[in-house]
Write a protein that binds this ligand. Structure first.
Ligand code: ZN
Length: 224
């Protein structure tokens, strides 16, 4: 992380792709002065907005944005949920998704992949900062939902993404791992991760679970 409040997405993508997580609004504003940013109205769902041109004041209901158009910035906000960056290996298609446990279970990552012309083995993914398994406590119903959805080949790995919590009926969930399992199942294996925990690092990150009323991280990706 640099002192301007920007984390560069640390993955191997073509040089024409810009991708950062801005940890404060000032850093985001400075970075984006000359660029068109498309935000979405995030609803913890699975809809993907396909961006052709930024329309002022239009905030479609979606939890991911995909584009092939240069100089259009796709932006999502998070404060514990997982920001997932996508690119094809040629640098022609990009996307970013907001994946909390609800959106992930709804299929937001699979829906984002469906927008791509590139096949799974030509797509690379980076996970930005999210709440880690050290702090992401969920109820039994969340674990049950994921286990119900898992296929025979992903059942064991899905179960291993939940560790019994201290309180009875609670589980510590690994959102990074759950996202990886689903992407692998969809044919994407070229995945790297920030591995950070927004809750642990109060110096650098907002965390909804820690602070309740809080700011948001901005995850931004664009083609130059
Ligand atoms: Zn933590």
């Amino acid at each position: 992380m640099n002192n301007k409040g920007l984390i560069k997405a640390d993955w191997s993508v073509p040089a024409n792709i810009g991708a950062v997580v801005a940890t404060n609004q000032r850093a985001a504003n400075e970075l984006l002065q000359q660029k068109n940013v498309q935000w979405v109205q995030q609803v913890h769902g699975k809809n993907v907005y396909k961006l052709d041109s930024v329309v002022e004041n239009l905030k479609p209901k979606a939890d991911a944005i995909y584009t092939q158009v240069p100089n259009m910035v796709c932006g999502i906000h998070t404060a514990d949920c997982l920001p997932v960056f996508f690119s094809d290996q040629k640098g022609c298609e990009i996307a970013v998704a907001h994946a909390g446990w609800r959106g992930l279970a709804a299929g937001v990552l699979e829906n984002t992949l469906e927008c791509f012309k590139a096949q799974g083995d030509q797509i690379t993914v980076w996970f930005g900062p999210a709440i880690g398994p050290c702090h992401f406590e969920v109820g039994e119903e969340v674990r049950d939902l994921y286990l119900q959805q898992a296929s025979s080949s992903t059942k064991a790995s899905t179960a291993s993404a939940f560790i019994p919590g201290i309180k009875s009926g609670k589980w510590m969930a690994d959102l990074y791992k759950l996202a990886q399992i689903r992407l692998n199942h969809a044919g994407v294996f070229n995945i790297s991760s920030s591995g950070l925990c927004t809750y642990c690092d109060s110096q650098n990150f907002y965390s909804y679970r820690r602070d309740k009323e809080t700011g948001r991280l901005s995850s931004l990706i664009w083609l130059n």
